[in-house]
Design a protein around this ligand. Structure first.
Ligand code: 6PG
Length: 239
């Protein structure tokens, strides 16, 4: 079993946290565009990235080279404010000139099974992502990979080899964080990336972070890109 390499960076100032995350994203984009002519980014859900997305929206970037994907989506109607895509659109995507055809939302309104199948087809000819953004839940979940979830059991534990056997996009029916029905990229697909950046903010995350640092097999520790993951942790925010 290959372990996860983690580079930790702790912040106490929210503005520094947001600026550093924004710089990380823009640098990953510039590098990918210089090397390969395109930038494929996977967005995180939840609330933590909102202010960072708003900062990215103010940058001057080669938007027509950006291709946007989502790490997970909640099975809600397309314009429901609870959708991760709606948050990303209002904070960022609706304000910049990324061609609509290059924004690949998960059609979660179709339900977990059909939506997962559709997104697997969308990703079928996409190689490694350039950057995957992820959040961390208080129980250690990331994207919609929750502890003890259906395919967490299917994977037989915390093994990279087992993760390879899980389909790249999975339906989730029993998420403890509402809504219970979701669609998520698998640990293996999320880890098939040149860079992975976790954005973690709030006192409520301290226990999960401590467990992660202690080597507990939380879902976040199953994302194992070859180059390791970066974690930006802001522990001062009262969220
Ligand atoms: C979601 C997520 C989830 C999220 C974490 C952190 O759809 O809710 O993708 O994995 O990133 O729960 O959420 P917060 O940033 O809101 O704390």
């Amino acid at each position: 079993m290959t372990g996860q390499m983690v580079r930790w960076r702790e912040f106490t100032d929210p503005v520094r946290f947001e600026r550093s995350a924004t710089d990380f994203i823009l640098k990953a984009a510039a590098d990918a565009i210089a090397e390969r002519g395109a930038f494929r980014i996977v967005l995180a859900g939840g609330e933590t990235p909102r202010s960072i997305y708003a900062r990215v929206a103010c940058a001057h970037a080669d938007w027509d080279r950006w291709h946007v994907y989502f790490g997970d989506e909640r099975c809600l109607p397309p314009d429901d404010p609870g959708r991760n895509s709606v948050m990303a659109r209002s904070a960022w995507l609706d304000r910049v000139a990324i061609p609509t055809a290059q924004i690949h939302e998960i059609e979660a309104e179709q339900g977990p099974e059909a939506g997962a199948q559709g997104y697997a087809a969308t990703l079928s000819d996409i190689g490694p992502f350039d950057l995957v953004l992820l959040g961390l839940g208080e129980d250690g979940h990331t994207a919609s990979i929750f502890p003890g979830g259906r395919w967490d059991r299917m994977a037989g534990g915390n093994s990279t080899d087992d993760d390879v056997a899980i389909p790249p996009v999975v339906p989730v029916f029993d998420a403890p964080k509402p809504p219970s029905e979701r669609i998520s990229l698998s640990p293996g697909r999320l880890g098939d990336a040149r860079r992975v950046l976790f954005l973690v903010a709030g006192k409520g995350k301290q226990i999960a972070v401590a467990r992660w640092q202690a080597g507990d097999p939380i879902p976040a520790s199953r994302i194992r890109p070859r180059g390791g993951v970066d974690v930006f942790f802001l522990d001062s925010a009262p969220r």
